[in-house]
Write a protein that binds this ligand. Structure first.
Ligand code: P61
Length: 532
């Protein structure tokens, strides 16, 4: 059975096949065709690439059987650590199972409705939950709270121009504020908006503006087990078929997201965005980017795509954005802030429209609903986010958790993506039909076991078909363990992994949930459930 690459700098690593003896190690290599993994033994691998032969570090004869090995030693490499140290701590509270039962009932079995005081390790989201650096906090003290023309806005503008490369910037209070504005300006009612899998708020704003979302992601993205290094890619044939069928005039723009959230944080390749650029240019269609986790996407390009291993994350980010006409951003993710977002465009006319509209919905065009201090923290966060060592440790931590679960044969989405581990709830609970909300159920069970908060990303999140009113039944029924940036340690990851395993061992007893309250928009945020 295949195991995946989880070692930050390499496309290969050693594993113990099915927990076997340490000396029966093998290495998996990504195939040149981007689709297959080859399995070779350690000695072969030493010739093929830079992996160290296991002999150099693994348990030696002088060690007693009880000698503890570090994680690095277990994988025949030197360990790495986070490129920061902790200056301030926030105490955590571990509740009793009885308290959690009560809290979960009160929350209608919806982790969004729990109080954070009732949560132990909070993996609901990586959105706005990261730890800011000492520099960002210092920047908060330099907030220029002028209503108009705050100097912090100009710092943000320069940072976006420098690292993302767009000409004109409009700040917004967060990502969906930007989605709202761009959808209003760029979509005419009845137009199609093809994209690489839906995202909840993005699709809703496109639909509220009269657009019709069409999923044109490659088929592999809908299968949690298929190994593909760029599962976020757009299927150019699907897109071209849509353009031919509906006509280029009826396509508002192509909406491409870097590391596709709902697919498991899966990246888009540079080759794909280049091809997409050519295709859209040929048809005179605009290409807009959801840049929310584009820095993480750049990491995967550096790691996996020919010709990018020696380029910096900052260079890759700039190049990728250069193939798009505009972008929107939830800075609460990559940019390491608790609140903030922006829109950026190259077209002056469009900028004028956006900058006019932002004053209606968000605030003046130099603050967009944010305080000056928020703008400053964002400007500093952008520069920190593109540092190679930051992104390596960020994704390395996610992989560490994925690694543990994979070696324990717990079903997760493969390959492991950028911001989260996605548990495959369909495989976890094969006894539950999708209408019994397996992913919601799994989130509830995890919380009950250990106070860990995760998020449903399945049928509840997918909502209803705008025309027929039926539930959408997404192929992926996932529970997301989202890792906030610079917040938790490796020990927290161990606790999380053990809790997932405990829930997995009791999976047969689970009967699922039914929805008893369903809000009209983005129902998953406030829906309530009961046990079946
Ligand atoms: C998240 F359950 N993401 O992943 P805003 N684009 C992308 C996002 O991931 C994103 C936004 C735009 C969240 C928060 C969230 O269904 C949910 O700053 C790729 O949150 O407005 C947000 O950015 C919107 C959680 C959003 C959800 C919607 O946790």
């Amino acid at each position: 059975m295949c195991r995946r690459s989880l070692f930050p700098q390499l496309l290969k690593r050693t594993i113990k096949p099915n927990g076997g003896a340490a000396d029966r190690r093998s290495i998996f290599l990504w195939g040149q065709d981007d689709l297959h993994f080859a399995r070779v033994n350690v000695e072969q691998a030493a010739y093929i690439g830079s992996a160290q032969p296991a002999d150099s570090i693994r348990r030696s004869n002088e060690m007693s059987p009880n000698t503890l090995l570090t994680i690095g030693q277990q994988f025949s490499r030197r360990s790495w650590a986070e490129p920061w140290k902790i200056k301030m701590v926030e105490p955590l509270h571990m509740s009793s199972r009885e308290e959690r039962e009560k809290a979960l009932h009160k929350a209608g079995f919806n982790t969004f409705l729990l109080r954070s005081d009732d949560v132990y390790i909070d993996l609901l989201t990586d959105s706005g939950t990261g730890a800011m650096s000492d520099r960002q906090w210092a920047g908060m003290m330099l907030g220029d709270e002028a209503y108009a023309g705050s100097r912090n806005f100009y710092h943000l503008e320069s940072a976006v121009q420098k690292f993302y490369g767009y000409k004109y910037i409009v700040p917004t209070h967060q990502g969906r504020g930007a989605e709202h504005l761009i959808s209003k300006v760029a979509i005419k009612p009845g137009q199609y908006v093809p994209g690489n899998m839906y995202f909840t708020t993005t699709r809703l704003h496109q639909e509220l503006a009269g657009g019709i979302f069409v999923d044109v992601i490659i088929d592999e993205a809908h299968d949690p087990q298929i190994l593909h290094p760029f599962k976020g890619n757009i299927d150019l044939d699907k897109l071209e078929t849509l353009i031919k069928r509906e006509g280029a005039d009826n396509i508002a723009y192509v909406s491409v997201a870097g590391t596709v959230n709902m697919a498991g944080g899966q990246p888009v390749s540079m080759a794909n965005i280049k091809d997409l650029r050519d295709l859209t240019k040929r048809h005179g269609i605009k290409l807009f980017l959801d840049a929310t986790r584009m820095v993480e996407n750049a990491f995967f390009i550096q790691e996996r795509e020919d010709g990018y291993a020696d380029k910096s994350i900052a260079e890759i980010l700039r190049e990728f954005c250069g193939y798009s006409d505009a972008a929107w951003m939830s800075a609460k993710k990559d940019s390491l802030v608790n609140i903030g977002g922006w829109l950026a465009v190259n077209d002056e006319e469009m900028f004028e429209e956006l900058r006019n509209l932002v004053v209606v919905y968000e605030g003046l065009h130099t603050y967009g609903g944010l305080a000056g201090r928020d703008l400053e923290a964002m400007a500093i966060g952008i520069a920190e986010s593109v540092q190679d060592e930051h992104i390596q440790s960020r994704i390395g931590q996610v992989r560490y958790l994925g690694e543990l679960l994979t070696t324990w044969n717990i079903p997760i989405v493969h390959p492991v993506g950028g911001h989260a581990i996605f548990l495959d709830a369909k495989a976890f609970y094969p006894q539950l039909e999708q209408i019994k909300f397996p992913a919601q159920t799994l989130a509830a069970e995890l919380y009950l076991d250990s106070g860990i908060r995760s998020m449903e990303r399945g049928i509840a999140s997918a909502g209803r078909n705008a025309e027929t009113g039926d539930h959408n039944y997404p192929k992926l029924e996932l529970t997301r363990l989202t890792i906030p940036r610079r917040v938790y340690t490796q020990a927290h990851m161990d606790v999380v992994a053990e809790s997932v395993r405990a829930v997995y061992e009791n999976r047969d007893q689970t009967r699922g949930l039914k929805m008893v309250h369903e809000p009209k928009y983005l129902r998953f945020f406030q829906a309530r459930f009961e046990r079946l």
